[in-house]
Design a protein around this ligand. Structure first.
Ligand code: BG6
Length: 516
């Protein structure tokens, strides 16, 4: 990001200031035409084009209290792509905004009228919000908010929602960064899920029981929670669930019908690929369940059923506590399907205790020493089988996202079919080896990479000669995935710190991806 391309962007007069979320896919021809008409651009961004387009539309609209709004609507109609724009005209003391795709929320404060792209940012001012829907525009003045249909220009009555859940964006609570704070909140989040999640698990199990075909989707870390659903709900609840990255789900949508259920996993509830997939599914008559951390988010409002993770605000770009909360809800739901919910609750409660122990003490220090030893490596591999396969992918993602080491997770059975060619002397290989029916095969894989010179880091209840490093974790059956997620978070964190990177703001990544 350069200073020149940073928001807000101004029009030629410098009077209009615009901020924008999204991608204006037709900004090229618009820029060219506005350039020929004499507009001068100071950046290479699509966003600045919109500021000049509003300036052009403004010139064609007679003076009046709604002039800025009408110009914003006129300009917005000429944009292609998924966008949310907000324009400030300081001289008029007015804000005008419009959206299609990217989130936009109005806040009704005492004596303050606010606008944000995420309702979490409004919570310290008000809990009374209006979610701006696609194709709507808003005018914000000192007198309040007005809402309009951007297609017809007609005025609408704003629906005001009183936010119940959701907690104000917090500070780091004495931790060096949000990643550390949120990792340390996991024991409490898991205990809360074990205690209060039973009802949600029962409801979700009922929905799954009523469906003929069940699918699970998500992106990034949430995509690995969706893949975990495939293993955990099959293994514990004996239900077939087909997991797919949300961005690839369009190929499956045509096969959905009203007997289908789509489990959508998302921390923010604003990830565009998940929202688009959910809309496509509903268009086929399928039912959509949202497993999300942000109540009131676009996915939450769109879904037929919503299941809270109640993990509190997650501000670090990397997803930690909301991931383990998703796994905990899946462990409970699998046990609800099997009619053994109390057993699932005790497992999740035991996982909370084990996570708490792992965040401190000798094992915490051990991960630091492992990071010291491998911080200059360029490649790292992670193997796992069954429910540990999605964890292998998540472990690699945690290392990649924040340390920028090339890390790859894969199903241990795929080792011999190519990947093992990448292993050389000292290559760090993490082996996720819970004491379940995958143990022997994973250990077979660990010995094969060790034989090629790999530095094997075993995450397992028991030591093994194949391990150069052994991170001992409690034997927790189906809750092993919850516990095994934490060494991945800590290793990624320690590698990032040792390589001088800010764990909260990894390069090129955003907390939620609201544009395609
Ligand atoms: C990415 C985040 O942008 O989106 C990841 O950096 C996250 O941490 C992914 O897993 C999906 O986000 P969400 O909000 O849909 O879970």
């Amino acid at each position: 990001m350069t200073e020149r391309n940073a928001h807000p962007h101004l029009d030629c007069s410098g009077r209009l200031a615009l901020i924008h979320n999204g991608i204006v896919s037709n900004y090229g021809p618009l820029r060219e035409r506005l350039g020929r008409a004499g507009h001068r651009f100071t950046s290479e961004t699509d966003t600045e084009v919109v500021a000049h387009l509003v300036e052009e539309c403004l010139a064609a609209i007679p003076e009046g209290p709604e002039r800025l709004l009408r110009a914003t609507i006129a300009a917005f109609r000429k944009l292609r792509g998924m966008n949310a724009i907000a324009l400030l005209d300081a001289e008029r003391n007015q804000l005008a905004a419009a959206k299609s795709g990217s989130p936009l929320v109005l806040g009704w404060g005492d004596g303050a009228h606010l606008l944000a792209s995420d309702h979490g940012a409004l919570l310290e001012h008000t809990r009374r919000v209006t979610f701006v829907e696609d194709g709507q525009a808003a005018l914000v003045t000192a007198d309040g908010h007005r809402l309009f249909d951007a297609a017809t220009g007609g005025e609408l009555v704003p629906a005001v929602t009183e936010l119940v859940g959701g907690t104000r964006m917090g500070d780091r609570a004495g931790h060096p960064d949000f990643m550390t704070k949120e990792m340390h909140e996991q024991p409490e989040v898991l205990r809360r899920m074990a205690r209060d999640g039973a009802e949600h698990a029962r409801r979700l199990a009922e929905r799954i029981g009523a469906a003929r075909k069940v699918y699970a989707i998500g992106c990034g870390t949430a995509g690995y929670a969706a893949l975990s659903a495939q293993y955990l709900l099959a293994g514990i609840g004996h239900r077939r669930v087909a997991a797919t990255p949300a961005s690839e789900f369009a190929h499956i949508v045509p096969f959905l019908d009203k007997t289908s259920l789509v489990l959508t996993f998302s921390q923010s509830g604003e990830t565009i690929d998940v929202i688009e997939a959910a809309r496509g599914a509903q268009a086929q008559g399928a039912r959509v369940a949202a497993i999300a951390n942000v109540e009131g988010s676009s996915l939450w409002r769109l879904a037929d059923d919503a299941f809270p993770l109640d993990a509190g605000p997650e501000q670090c770009v990397l997803s930690t506590k909301s991931f383990t909360a998703k796994l905990a809800l899946l462990v409970l739901t699998g046990h609800a399907l099997a009619g053994r919910l109390p057993e699932g609750q005790s497992l999740v409660a035991a996982a909370a205790d084990e996570v708490e122990r792992m965040l401190e003490g000798e094992r915490r220090a051990q991960l630091g020493r492992i990071a010291d030893a491998i911080q200059d490596r360029e490649h790292l591999f992670v193997i796992g089988r069954g429910p540990s396969y999605p964890l292998a992918l998540e472990t690699a993602l945690k290392v990649k996202e924040v340390s920028y080491i090339h890390a790859e997770g894969f199903a241990a059975g795929e080792l011999k079919h190519g990947v093992i060619a990448l292993v050389e002397k000292g290559t760090p290989c993490v082996a996720l080896a819970p004491r379940d029916d995958t143990y022997d095969d994973v250990m077979g894989g660990a010995m094969q990479v060790r034989a090629r010179g790999a530095h094997v880091i075993g995450v397992s209840p028991e030591p093994h000669e194949a391990f150069d490093e052994h991170i001992q974790v409690a034997h927790l059956g189906w809750a092993a995935s919850i516990v095994n997620a934490v060494p991945a978070q800590l290793l990624g964190y320690d590698l990032a710190r040792r390589r001088g990177h800010d764990p909260d703001k990894p390069r090129n990544l955003a907390k939620s991806v609201t544009v395609k």
